[in-house]
Each structure stands twice: as structure tokens, then as C-alpha cells.
Design a protein around this ligand. Structure first.
Ligand SMILES: *Cc1c(COP(=O)(O)O)cnc(C)c1O
Length: 227
């Protein structure tokens, strides 16, 4: 299958899941995760109407951004962020999805070039109690959100999660429901978070069912990764 056909199939999955849960598919942004893909594959996706791209390998990503233009596509940095990467992320991306420390958010804000709109951020939350992955604990999220809200050149948009793989819709929905409930609780406390970045190739229906506004989809758009 070529990329245009794969994209169409993914958009159809999103539309069907949205319709099944009384949601408008236009409220769900498909972030095509193009990590490891050569620029020509991104061009193919662009020509098929794709606008949002997600990357996690910074040097690779910057080369593609320089080739394709920083502004036409919307670039999302979806990987873990170390301090030595913040300057390049602040300069090249519109979004960072995996912020889990105040120090990183502060550096992104300080290093955001003044000619650009504020960098949109999500806090990565570890909603699986047992897993020891990156992301803040649910109970620590409000404090980090309050700290980020004090920064000038970043805008806290919402929450992101990468749950442990699970089989079946009901099991897949559980962690996404937790992220949505956490977002709703923060909004009840005075935040105005409009974003839930959740769902990948294997579980995007479950994420859409629970209110995802951004699904990050790689394999289903570009085919299996070779690295
Ligand atoms: C690679 C990646 C994805 C996409 O995963 P697929 O299973 O290929 O859809 C989504 N989010 C993050 C953070 C990733 O690293």
C-alpha cells in the first residue's frame, strides 16, 4: 500500500471511532509519526494532505525540517527531552509532547526564539502504576502544570501518555480514561487544557473513544519501521 492509501485508511479509522462515540473527527489531529522515515516519504504524505508530523530523533528531524520548511508542516517533538536538546526543539518545533520536568519546560521557554508563537506543550503522565517508564505520576501532575503556567514562551495545552501495550478495546481504554479524568480534574481546578495526546497505530480507536485530540500514528501511516 502506498502512503496515500495508508493515510486514507487511518483517517477512516479515526472517523469511524469518532462517529461511534459521538465525536467530530475534525477535533482529532492525526500526527503522522515519521521518525526514521526518509524525507521522500514525508513528501509523499504531504502531497496526500498530511500536515502534522511527529519526530523523536532530533538531528534527523532537523534535517527534514530544513528540507521541507519549518512552517508549512506542523512539527511535533514527541520523544523524551534531555536538557541538551531544548534549544534545538525550541527553535524548530511547534509542539513538544513529552515534558516531564519543570527544568525542561523552563529551558524551552527561555530558548524559544522571540519571533515564534509560544511552544505548545503537553505533560507526559505515567498512568500505568506498575510501569517504570518516563512521565510524571498522576499525583504530581497538578504541581508541574502550575509551574509551567508561570512561563512566558510556552503554552501548556494538555496531557500525553504512552500506556503499556494491552489487548482488546476495554483494556486499552482504561489508561486513556485515566488521562482524561486527570485532565478534567485539572480543568476543574482552574487550568484550561484542551489537549489529550494519546493513541498510536495499535490503539487509536480506544484513545478516540476516551477523548484523544491528537493521535500519534507511525506504523499504520508509513508501514513497519526498519530501525
Ligand atoms: C513511535 C511513536 C509513536 C508511533 O507508534 P506506532 O506504533 O508506530 O504508531 C507514537 N508516539 C511516540 C511517543 C512514539 O515514539
Amino acid at each position: 500500500m502506498d502512503i496515500a492509501a495508508r493515510l486514507e485508511a487511518v483517517r477512516a479509522r479515526i472517523a469511524e471511532a469518532a462517529a461511534a462515540h459521538g465525536r467530530d473527527a475534525d477535533d482529532i489531529t492525526l500526527v503522522a509519526v515519521s521518525k526514521t522515515q526518509p524525507t521522500a516519504r514525508l513528501t509523499e504524505a504531504l502531497e496526500a494532505g498530511q500536515r502534522d508530523f511527529g519526530e523523536n530523533y532530533l538531528q534527523d528531524a532537523i534535517a527534514k525540517i530544513e528540507q521541507l520548511g519549518a512552517h508549512a508542516p506542523v512539527w511535533h517533538f514527541i520523544g523524551d527531552i534531555q536538557s541538551n536538546k531544548t534549544r534545538d526543539i525550541a527553535a524548530h518545533f511547534a509542539w513538544a509532547h513529552a515534558v516531564d520536568r519543570f527544568k525542561i519546560a523552563r529551558r524551552l521557554s527561555e530558548q524559544r526564539p522571540s519571533g515564534l508563537a509560544p511552544l505548545d506543550l503537553c505533560i507526559q503522565v505515567n498512568v500505568d502504576d506498575e510501569a517504570s517508564k518516563s512521565g510524571v505520576a498522576p499525583a504530581a501532575t497538578a504541581e508541574l502544570a502550575a509551574q509551567i503556567a508561570t512561563l512566558d514562551n510556552v503554552r501548556l495545552r494538555g496531557l500525553m501518555t504512552i500506556p503499556a501495550p494491552a489487548e482488546g478495546l476495554a483494556a486499552q481504554r482504561r489508561p486513556f480514561a485515566r488521562l482524561r479524568e486527570l485532565r478534567d480534574a485539572l480543568n476543574a481546578d482552574g487550568f484550561a487544557l484542551d489537549t489529550l495526546s494519546m493513541g498510536m497505530s495499535a490503539d487509536l480507536e480506544a484513545a478516540v473513544a476516551e477523548g484523544a485530540t491528537h493521535v500519534r500514528v507511525g506504523t499504520a501511516v508509513f508501514g513497519p519501521r526498519t530501525r
